[in-house]
Design a protein around this ligand. Structure first.
Ligand code: PEP
Ligand code: MG
Length: 759
C-alpha cells in the first residue's frame, strides 16, 4: 500500500475551485455542468473516478454523474440512506476514507457500475442547511491512503457543489425536502416540555436565510481581513447587547450571554474558518462550511452538554454571517404576526432576544434540553417551550396556525376547528384562574377553622425568586443551589457564589429563604465536574456524601452564603442525610466556617439555622437524636418516596405504581409530623406532592403546616387551603390509616367533594 502525497495540479486547490466556479457559471444545463465538474475534479486530483450522488425523495441516493464508473449506471444506481459506503457517508454526515473499500462491511457491490477494479475511496457529504443533500466520491485503482489535506479539499469542493445541487435544477426542492404529501393536513407532533404552558399563534420559522453570493475567493488575504473585521464587529455587537438588553440586567440570563460571548472568542472555531479560507473559499463560504459540519455533527451527538455547545456555535455562525454579508436584519425582514410561535432547529439566547419579545407566544425547538440556554431565557420571558420536536421545521409552513401544549408535550399544526376551540376554552379558563389567583395574592393561606399554613416556593434560578411576590408566597422553602451550578460552564468560586446568593437575598426582600447546600451527583451532573458514573446514581455518591468527602466545596459554599447574608438571618439545609453522624460532621464544618468568618472580622449572619432534609428512610429511626440537633426539618418527598417504595423516581414505567396517598406513606408522614410537633421542631415538606391540591390537603390533615412548591402551584393550593376545615379532615384521615388499601386517593377526593374543598 502506498501513501501518496496530495496530488494537485499546479496551483493547488484554489486553482481547482476557480475552474469549478467557471464551469458552474457556464451556460450549459445543470446535468452538463455536473458532468464537467466530475471530470475537472478527477483530472485535478488524478483520481480514476469522481462521482456525485444526489439525495432524492424517499431517502435515496442516486448516482447523478460520474467520471470513471460505467456511464450507463448514471441515474440507475440508487442506494438507500445507510446502504453501501455512499449511504454510510450520508447517514453519518461525515467523510469516509478507505484504502481498501471492498473489505469494509458496508461495501455494497453494484455490478452496473464496474467499480470492482477501484480499491481506495474517499467520500464526503454534500451538506446544505444541516442536511445531507448528496455525496461526492473519488476512487483510485490502487490501494492508497488519503491524507487529511485531500479530505479537506474534497469538503471544500463539496461546499461549492452544494450550491449547484441545491439550485433546484437537478432535483426540485420539494423532492429534496419531502413534505411527504402531508400538504395542508393537520399534524400532531410530540416533544418534551422545557417550560410549562399552552399557547396559540402563527408559526414563524427561524431559518435566517442568508444568501452567499460568492463562494470562491479572489484573494484569500482580503477574505481573512474581512473575517477579522466581522469578528470584531460581532464582538462589539454582543457586548452592547450584554450592556443594554433589559433581560440581562441580572442573573442567569446574563451568565448565558457571557458564556456565549466567551465562545465567540474560541480560537479553534476561528482557526477552522481561517483554514477553509486558505483553501480558497470566501469568508462567508468558509463560515458556512464550518457551520454545515457543526450542524451535521449536532445530528450525531447525544450528549446534552456537547449538543448545547454545538448549538451555541451554530447560533454564532449565523451571527457572523450576518456581519459578513451585511444582512443584519437576519429574520427582521420577515413581517411578524402579533402572536408568534417560533419554530427553530435550535437557537442561542441572543437569537431569541432579537425577536420582538412582546409578540412571542411560544417556542418550539427540534433540539433543546431543559438546561439549554435558550430554554433558560424563554423561561424568564414566561413563554411555553417544547423541545425535541422532530422534523418541526419540515412539517410546519410559515404562518401556519399552531398550538403548543407544552404541559402534555404536543405541537398541533394546522389544528381543526374543534381542537382550536377546546384549547381556546382551556386557555380562557386558565387566564381566569390566573386572575383569581392574582386577586388572592395578598390573602392569607388560612383554613376555614383558623390554621395558618405557610406556603413557600421552590426556586433554583434567580428568576424564580421574582415569582415569590407574584405568587403571594411566604418565602422560599427550598432554594436548590445546584441549579445555577448546572447552567454554568465552569465552577463558580466563592466570589461568584456570594454575588449570586446576595442577589437572591435582595430579590426576596426580607422574606425567609432556605438554601439547600449543593445536591449534585445523581442525575444532576455538573458539566465541568469529573462525574462518576454510578450504576444507581440516585443512591450513589451525591449530595451530603460528596460534601463530607470534599469538604472544601461545602466550606466555600457556606462562606459565600454567610457573606451574602451580610447580617441577615441565614437558613441552610443539608440534602440526603442518612444518619445523625453525617449531620454532626456537616454541622462541624459549617461551624468551622462560621468561626473563620468571625476571626476574619466578617459580618456574620444575624442568625444561622441549620436543618436537614428527610429523604432517606433510615433517618426516621434516628428522630430522637436528630431532633435534638436540627433547627428544622424539611421532607424531600420525591426522594423519600422513591427510597421508601424502592421506585426510581425518574422511571416513567413505575412512576405511577405506588401512591403517596397510600396508608404506608401517610403513616410515615404522620409519624414524622407527630415527632416534630412533640419536639417543637419546625417541619416543612418541599417535594412535588406539596404542589398538588389533594396531596397537600392530606398533608394538612396529618399536621403539616408548611409546604414548599413550584410558584405556579401556590394559587391553586391557597384556594384549597381557604376552602378547607382541617379538624374534620384530621379525624377522617386517622380513621383511614389502618386500611389495607393500596391507595386512599378516592376516599380523600370524596371527602373533598362532600366538604366543599376546592381542588
Ligand atoms: C425531594 O427529593 O423531594 C426534593 C425536594 O429534592 P430534589 O427534588 O431536588 O431531589
Ligand atoms: Mg431530593
Amino acid at each position: 500500500m502506498q501513501r501518496t502525497p496530495a496530488e494537485h495540479s499546479p496551483g493547488g486547490p484554489r486553482q481547482l475551485l476557480r475552474r469549478l466556479r467557471d464551469v458552474m457559471a457556464g451556460q450549459a444545463s445543470a446535468q452538463q455542468r455536473l458532468d464537467q465538474v466530475v471530470g475537472t475534479i478527477a483530472a485535478d486530483l488524478h483520481a480514476d473516478v469522481c462521482s456525485i450522488y444526489v439525495r432524492r425523495a424517499g431517502d435515496l441516493l442516486e448516482l447523478f454523474s460520474t467520471f470513471g464508473l460505467n456511464p450507463t449506471a448514471v441515474h440507475r444506481t440508487r442506494l438507500r440512506l445507510g446502504e453501501g459506503l455512499v449511504g454510510n457517508i450520508a447517514a453519518h454526515a461525515r467523510p469516509l476514507s478507505l484504502a481498501d473499500a471492498q473489505s469494509h462491511p458496508d461495501f455494497a457491490y453494484r455490478p452496473e457500475t464496474g467499480e470492482e477494479v477501484f480499491h481506495s475511496l474517499l467520500g464526503v457529504p454534500i451538506l446544505r442547511g444541516g442536511r445531507v443533500i448528496g455525496v461526492l466520491v473519488i476512487q483510485h485503482k490502487n490501494q492508497r491512503l488519503y491524507n487529511e489535506e485531500e479530505s479537506e479539499a474534497l469538503e471544500t469542493i463539496s461546499m461549492v457543489l452544494a450550491e449547484l445541487v441545491a439550485s433546484g435544477d437537478l432535483v426540485t426542492a420539494e423532492e429534496r425536502a419531502p413534505s411527504e404529501g402531508i400538504g395542508l393536513l393537520p399534524v400532531r407532533l410530540e416533544g418534551v416540555r422545557l417550560n410549562l404552558g399552552i399557547a396559540m399563534g402563527l408559526a414563524v420559522l427561524h431559518q435566517p436565510n442568508i444568501t452567499i453570493r460568492q463562494v470562491v475567493a479572489e484573494d484569500p488575504e482580503v477574505e481573512l481581513k474581512r473575517l477579522e473585521h466581522s469578528v470584531a464587529s460581532m464582538h462589539s455587537a454582543l457586548d452592547s447587547m450584554l450592556a443594554s438588553t433589559a433581560i440581562t440586567e441580572s442573573g442567569e440570563e446574563r451568565d448565558v450571554l457571557e458564556t456565549y460571548r466567551m465562545i465567540a472568542g474560541d480560537s479553534g472555531w476561528l482557526d477552522r474558518i481561517e483554514d477553509a479560507i486558505r483553501t480558497g473559499l470566501t469568508a462567508e463560504a468558509a463560515v458556512q462550511q464550518t457551520r454545515e459540519s457543526t450542524r451535521a455533527r449536532m445530528n450525531q451527538v447525544t450528549d446534552p452538554y456537547l449538543r448545547e455547545r454545538l448549538e451555541d456555535f451554530e447560533a454564532l455562525a449565523v451571527r457572523l454571517l450576518m456581519h459578513l454579508t451585511g444582512d443584519m436584519d437576519g429574520m427582521a425582514n420577515v413581517v411578524l404576526p402579533d402572536n408568534v410561535v417560533l419554530i427553530a432547529r435550535s437557537m442561542g439566547p441572543a437569537e431569541l432576544l432579537d425577536y420582538d419579545t412582546r409578540k412571542l407566544r411560544a417556542l418550539v425547538l427540534e433540539e433543546g434540553s431543559p438546561t439549554s440556554h435558550v430554554a433558560v431565557v424563554a423561561r424568564a420571558l414566561d413563554i411555553p417551550v417544547l423541545g425535541l420536536v422532530k422534523d418541526a421545521l419540515h412539517r410546519v409552513e410559515p404562518l401556519d396556525p399552531v398550538i403548543v401544549d407544552a404541559d402534555s408535550g404536543a405541537l398541533y399544526i394546522r389544528p381543526g376547528e374543534d381542537i382550536q376551540q377546546t384549547f381556546a376554552e382551556n386557555m380562557r379558563v386558565r387566564a381566569e384562574r390566573r386572575q383569581s389567583y392574582i386577586a388572592m395574592r395578598d390573602k392569607p393561606a388560612e383554613t376555614r377553622d383558623g390554621h395558618r399554613i405557610s406556603l413557600n416556593i421552590n426556586a433554583g434560578l434567580e428568576i424564580d425568586a421574582a415569582h415569590l411576590h407574584d405568587a403571594g408566597a411566604d418565602g422560599i422553602g427550598l432554594y436548590r443551589t445546584e441549579i445555577p451550578f448546572m447552567v454554568r460552564v465552569e465552577y463558580p468560586g466563592v466570589e461568584a457564589q456570594t454575588e449570586l446568593y446576595a442577589r437572591i437575598f435582595e430579590r426576596v426582600d426580607g422574606k425567609p429563604v432556605v438554601f439547600r447546600t449543593l445536591d449534585v451527583g445523581g442525575d444532576k451532573l455538573l458539566p465541568y465536574f469529573d462525574n462518576v458514573s454510578d450504576e444507581n446514581p440516585a443512591m450513589g455518591w451525591r449530595a451530603i456524601r460528596i460534601a463530607l468527602d470534599r469538604p472544601a466545596m461545602l466550606r466555600q459554599q457556606m462562606r459565600a452564603l454567610m457573606r451574602a447574608a451580610a447580617g441577615r438571618p441565614l437558613s441552610v439545609m443539608l440534602p440526603m442525610v442518612a444518619e445523625v453522624a453525617e449531620f454532626d460532621k456537616a454541622r462541624k464544618i459549617i461551624d468551622m466556617e462560621l468561626a473563620r468568618e468571625r476571626s476574619r472580622g466578617g459580618k456574620l449572619p444575624e442568625t444561622l439555622r441549620v436543618g436537614a432534609m428527610v429523604e432517606v428512610p433510615a433517618l426516621l429511626w434516628q428522630l430522637d437524636n436528630l431532633l435534638k440537633r436540627v433547627d428544622f426539618l424539611s421532607v424531600g418527598s420525591n426522594d423519600l418516596i422513591q427510597f421508601l417504595f424502592a421506585t426510581d423516581r425518574a422511571n416513567p414505567r413505575i412512576a405511577e405504581r405506588y401512591d403517596v396517598l397510600s396508608p404506608a406513606a401517610l403513616r410515615m408522614f404522620k409519624f414524622l409530623a407527630t415527632a416534630c410537633a412533640r419536639a417543637k421542631v419546625p417541619l416543612s415538606l418541599c417535594g412535588e406532592m406539596a404542589g398538588r391540591p389533594l396531596e397537600a390537603m392530606a398533608l394538612i390533615g396529618l399536621g403539616y403546616r408548611a409546604l414548599s412548591m413550584s410558584p405556579l402551584a401556590v394559587g391553586p393550593i391557597k384556594t384549597m387551603v381557604r376552602s378547607l376545615q382541617a379538624a374534620p379532615l384530621t379525624a377522617y384521615i386517622d380513621s383511614l390509616l389502618d386500611l389495607p388499601d393500596a391507595s386512599l386517593r378516592d376516599k380523600l377526593r370524596a371527602f373533598a367533594r362532600d366538604h366543599g374543598v376546592i381542588l
